[in-house]
Design a protein around this ligand. Structure first.
Ligand SMILES: [Cu+2]
Length: 175
């Protein structure tokens, strides 16, 4: 009986390994951080260069008292309506975990900052995120297709598990 319990625990560990990818932490704007951007499309192009997934965290790196980050509705985001925020983090740096799929909107509440582009919209997918490519290399080479790779790796694990089960059954047969 105790042996069987051990096997169940082992199998549970295998199942967890199969799930793979861990939650990622993204520094918004990379080296620039969260501040007045050099151009109004800076944060939208930053967002489009990453694949966000539920469970990932955004790190807004800013100086307290100079900037802030508010979670807002799409409408407030579009109009830079600082009078209509869902929640505000005034102390930097601030971590915000993406705990739901779909679109998420943020902007800086300091006067004029949102309208010059200190605003961020991220599309959060359900699937685990892939490791982001280093900055600058994202444009030219198409990303390698990860599903075949990981499926071959996981089928190896699956066949290992099958082998293990076979040996357990064989073991019981000879008791
Ligand atoms: Cu600001």
């Amino acid at each position: 009986m105790a042996k069987r319990m051990n096997m169940v625990i082992l199998l549970a560990a295998f199942a967890m390994a199969l799930r793979g990818a861990e939650a990622a932490l993204y520094v918004v704007g990379d080296a620039l951080g969260w501040q007045n951007p050099p151009n109004s499309s800076f944060y939208s192009s930053w967002a489009s260069s990453h694949n966000f997934a539920v469970g990932d965290t955004l790190l807004f790196n800013f100086t307290t008292g100079v900037h802030a980050v508010a979670t807002v509705s799409q409408d407030a985001y579009n109009n830079c309506n600082t009078g209509n925020t869902l929640s505000v983090a005034n102390t930097g740096p601030a971590n915000i975990t993406l705990n739901a799929s779909g679109m998420h909107y943020y902007f800086c509440t300091f006067p004029g900052h949102c309208s010059i582009g200190q605003k961020l919209a991220v599309n959060v997918g359900l699937s685990p995120s892939f490791t982001p490519s280093p900055p600058g290399t994202t444009a030219s080479p198409p990303p390698p297709p990860p599903p075949p790779r990981s499926s071959s790796a996981s089928s190896n694990i699956v066949s290992n598990v099958a082998l293990m089960w076979m040996s357990i059954v064989m073991g019981f047969m000879y008791i």
